[in-house]
Unconditional design. Structure first.
Length: 265
């Protein structure tokens, strides 16, 4: 689904018929809406939101995705019909509070990880919130992260559940990289020679310190990804060991504190 259609759904959900308050007060004329942060962060997905609002007849000024901002200065302003501004205000603010938070948290995690390993990739999982996938993935990339898996159709990941159902795997041939999520140290060793990438999920740091060098000896071309309980507090330790850190943390970042001011012009 296109970003524009997704935004249309968000706004239709919030105001399916009439803005009862604005109608009751008889508000009309022209105004300006300013979305203002109360804390610093990184802008994300302002282009899509601005394009959507412009098609509603509003004149837009915005901070491009990837731009740092501080408290007090608007990251998006819109001028036009006051009734339209009141209809789009709350969803616009909420939307940016989420996307900017994801970009901000991603940037923080990437910086922490790369202090320990400048070549490490921080990638997010296939767990964005339903209906927000496009925007959350863009926010991750805006913050300097990558996408581990966008969908079931773009990569091969043999998970622990696949192994539990399919049993032992061997002789696989595929044009795409084959990624395996072993359940045990023994399975990691078994599949190290045939997998292109091993995803070591919820292995302890002590286990990884012993296991990863052995896996690299078995297959020097093997890429190692780690996942599970990785936080800002320990990401640097995992970054020393792995090629890729897989995390869902940015999706669940606390929304940034934004406010909106509407006034007549």
């Amino acid at each position: 689904m296109s970003p524009e259609r997704l935004l249309e759904l968000y706004f239709d959900e919030d105001c399916p018929y009439f803005d009862e308050t604005t109608e009751l007060l008889g508000i009309s004329g022209r105004g300006r809406m300013s979305i203002i942060p109360r804390e610093e962060g990184i802008s994300a997905c302002t282009e899509e939101l601005s394009g959507f609002l412009a098609k509603k007849g509003l004149s837009i000024d915005f901070l491009p995705s990837g731009s740092p901002f501080g408290a007090g200065k608007a990251i998006l302003t819109a001028e036009g019909d006051l009734k339209t501004l009141f209809r789009v205000w709350r969803v616009s603010q909420t939307f940016l509070s989420i996307t900017c938070a994801i970009a901000t948290e991603t940037k923080r995690l990437v910086e922490l990880a790369r202090r320990a390993n400048p070549d490490v990739i921080v990638a997010t999982t296939r767990k964005p919130h339903p209906g927000m996938r496009y925007f959350e993935l863009k926010a991750v990339r805006t913050g300097g992260g990558e996408i581990h898996r966008n969908s079931l159709s773009d990569s091969i990941l043999i998970t622990q559940n696949h192994l539990r159902v399919a049993g032992r795997i061997e002789g696989l041939k595929a044009l795409k990289k084959v990624e395996v999520e072993p359940r045990t140290v023994e399975e990691a060793i078994e599949y190290a020679k045939t997998a292109d990438l091993l995803l070591l999920d919820h292995f302890s740091l002590d286990e990884l310190e012993k296991l990863v060098p052995r896996l690299r000896e078995l297959n020097p071309n093997l890429e190692i990804a780690v996942a599970g309980n990785i936080t800002a507090g320990n990401i640097a330790e995992y970054a020393r060991i792995a090629d890729v850190i897989v995390t869902s943390a940015p999706y669940y970042a606390k929304p940034l504190d934004l406010t909106t001011r509407i006034e007549r012009v």
